[in-house]
Structures are given as structure tokens and as C-alpha cells.
Design a protein around this ligand. Structure first.
Ligand SMILES: Cc1cc2nc3c(=O)[nH]c(=O)nc-3n(C[C@H](O)[C@H](O)[C@H](O)COP(=O)(O)O)c2cc1C
Length: 229
């Protein structure tokens, strides 16, 4: 049940470097329009406009959650934290997500380990010329689950590179947005995803316990959440 103050907030983040000319952005926009019709406040982020330095595996964030690089990732994470739901979108690049999206995801490893976005809902969109759309949607939803976020589904559109072809996805994308807003408002239970999220938490528990003296706040949150007994 939605217990937030004010309007439900839904944030879309897409990884196309074509920003406002992007088909993926347009498809994510349809999701947000459906959610807005259902009463949500919405926002879209063009990841390519932000400075995101690739993870160098220095492991410094393990100490305190803070990256040694000074860039836009903390601000992006703060906006994800403020949202009730997150929409991920990516064009298909060589049958996978775009590099922009992957560099961002790598920087979310600490947020994944400590499950800082748990309790939110999400969904995914992808566009492609022809191949890989469903696989990319599945991967984006996998990352949402990794973050502790329950997905309500996804839409992918193969455009054949025809102008306007992405419009064919409007009804499904709007319906997905309405479903996402409904999940925030009324709750959404998916036992299969709940089991995945529980398995992930069980796996990350070792890390949270190992770092309890360094990351005491996170450790205490895990105890409060009943994830560590
Ligand atoms: C670097 C690159 C790689 C791509 N790889 C694929 C691919 O593997 N399969 C495919 O069907 N389309 C591929 N495409 C086409 C895009 O997925 C397609 O044009 C997509 O709709 C672009 O979305 P955007 O407008 O949001 O950037 C690729 C495009 C680029 C620029």
C-alpha cells in the first residue's frame, strides 16, 4: 500500500546517447505517461548527459559506500532513492545494453550489496532494430531485482529502424506505467521475484556481516529489516 507523502514518484533512467532523439526515451516516456494518468509524478533522466566514471574495482566504496571518483553517480542514486519506482531503459547494442547503461550499473555494485533501494517497484523498456530486445528487458529487470526492486514487467520494440515505429509500443508501455503506479498504490506480490530477492539477501548477508564494523548503519538497517537475525 502506498504510504508515502504526496504524489507517487516514478523515475525513468535510460542509457541511449541519442538523448531526446532516442526511441528508447520515447518508449520510456509512454510508460511515464501511463503512470502520470494513474496519478504519479514522473521524471526522466538521460544518462548520457551525466558524468559517470567507470568503476576501477579499487574497492574503496566497500569502506563507506563512497566512490573515490567525484561525479554524478551519488546524485543519480539520491534521485533513485527519492523515487517510489524506477524504470530502466536501454537501446540494444550488440545484443546487450548500451555501454552508458553498463558503466552506470557497475557503479551501483555497492547499492546492490547493501540493497539500498529495496522496497521499490520497477519495470524495463528496450528498443532495437531487430534483435535482442526481450533479452535486454530481461537483463534490466534482473538488475532491478539485484537492487532489491520488484519488477512489474517490461516492453521491447523492434523498430526495423523505421521512423515512428516505436509508437507501436505506446499502448503496452502506457499499460505498463499504469501497472507500475498501481503496484506503488496497492502493492504487488510476485512470489517468484520475492524468492530471488530473498536469495540475493542471503548471499549478501556474509558481506554485511563481514563489514559490520565499517558499515554499522547498513548492518543495523539489515537487522531492523529482519534480513539478519
Ligand atoms: C552501437 C550500436 C549497436 C547496435 N546493436 C544492435 C544489435 O545488436 N541488434 C539490433 O537489432 N540493433 C542494434 N542497434 C540498433 C539500435 O538498437 C536501435 O536503433 C535502437 O532503437 C536505438 O535506440 P535509441 O534511439 O534509443 O538510441 C545498434 C545500434 C548501435 C548504435
Amino acid at each position: 500500500m502506498y504510504q508515502g507523502v504526496g504524489k507517487m514518484k516514478i523515475l525513468a533512467i535510460h542509457g541511449s546517447p541519442r538523448t531526446i532523439r532516442s526511441s528508447t526515451r520515447k518508449l520510456a516516456g509512454f510508460v511515464l505517461e501511463g503512470a502520470a494518468d494513474a496519478g504519479a509524478e514522473t521524471e526522466i533522466i538521460d544518462l548520457a548527459d551525466y558524468r559517470i566514471i567507470p568503476c576501477t574495482a579499487c574497492d574503496a566504496c566497500a569502506l563507506n559506500g563512497i566512490c573515490v571518483n567525484d561525479d554524478d553517480v551519488p546524485a543519480l542514486l539520491a534521485r533513485m532513492n527519492e523515487a517510489d519506482a524506477i524504470v530502466f531503459g536501454s537501446p540494444v547494442y550488440v545484443d546487450n545494453i548500451s555501454g552508458q547503461m553498463k558503466v552506470f550499473f557497475d557503479r551501483l555494485a555497492d547499492a546492490i550489496h547493501y540493497q539500498v533501494l529495496a522496497g521499490k517497484f520497477g519495470c524495463a523498456v528496450a528498443t532495437t532494430a531487430g534483435s535482442g530486445g526481450d533479452d535486454v528487458v530481461a537483463y534490466l529487470n534482473h538488475v532491478l531485482n539485484y537492487l532489491g526492486v520488484v519488477s512489474v514487467g517490461g516492453v521491447s520494440i523492434a523498430t526495423g529502424e523505421k521512423p515512428g515505429a516505436v509508437d507501436a509500443g505506446e499502448p503496452a508501455a502506457r499499460a505498463l506505467g499504469e501497472k507500475l503506479a498501481g503496484a506503488i498504490r496497492d502493492g504487488y506480490v510476485d512470489p517468484a521475484q520475492d524468492a530471488i530477492l530473498a536469495d540475493n539477501r542471503a548471499y549478501f548477508t556474509a558481506l554485511v556481516l563481514e563489514n559490520r564494523d565499517l558499515r554499522t548503519e547498513e548492518y543495523e538497517r539489515w537487522v531492523r529489516m529482519g534480513w539478519i537475525r
